[in-house]
Design a protein around this ligand. Structure first.
Ligand code: ZN
Length: 172
């Protein structure tokens, strides 16, 4: 297992649409392990494969907060939102690819998600609260969508400008 470098805004890789995983093999399991390690190292509560530069439809999530709390890693392959409830909720979101920037985003409060687990079994879960928000944020990544796409254009342009400047500074 190893910690992978994170892809940061404004890298165009983040806008790529990820490909479905066709078989759950050793390489997929190794990627899941690397993504979990990268996510814990950051630290973050969710990570999409594209954020470590791999355009495959895979997410890792762990919502256990306290450091002494037992880890609760969840891995979702080819996740798909099957149903979104009418009720909406607002969470302040952040993203490991957009460090130190947070903004409120409104999304459906409850969703049903279909996915494949690491044993290759087809599963479905009902999610609400933080898990619903986190799944929607990460599934967006698989489609090249970032949480800043859900905020006002003015705020989005501001944050993109800030990160573009920062990336130019580190490039020289
Ligand atoms: Zn993110």
């Amino acid at each position: 297992m190893s910690v992978k470098p994170l892809v940061l805004l404004p890298d165009p890789v983040l806008r790529q649409v990820s490909e479905p995983i066709v078989s759950v093999d050793e390489a997929v399991r190794r990627l899941a392990a690397d993504m979990l390690e990268t996510m814990y190292d950051a630290p973050g509560i969710g990570l999409a494969a594209i954020q470590v530069g791999v355009p495959l439809r895979m997410l890792t999530i762990d919502l256990s907060k306290e450091e002494d709390e037992e880890k609760a890693p969840q891995v979702f392959l080819n996740p798909e939102i099957l149903h979104s409830g009418d009720e909406r909720s607002i969470y302040e979101e952040g993203c490991l690819s957009i460090p130190d920037y947070y903004a409120e985003v409104e999304r459906p409060a409850a969703i049903r998600v279909g996915y494949i687990d690491l044993d290759g079994a087809r599963r479905e879960i009902e999610a609400d609260g933080l898990l619903a928000t986190c799944l929607q944020h990460e599934i967006d990544h698989l489609n090249g969508v970032l949480f800043i796409d859900h905020i006002s254009k003015l705020k989005r342009d501001m944050v993109i400008r800030k990160f573009t400047k920062a990336s130019k500074r580190t490039a020289v």
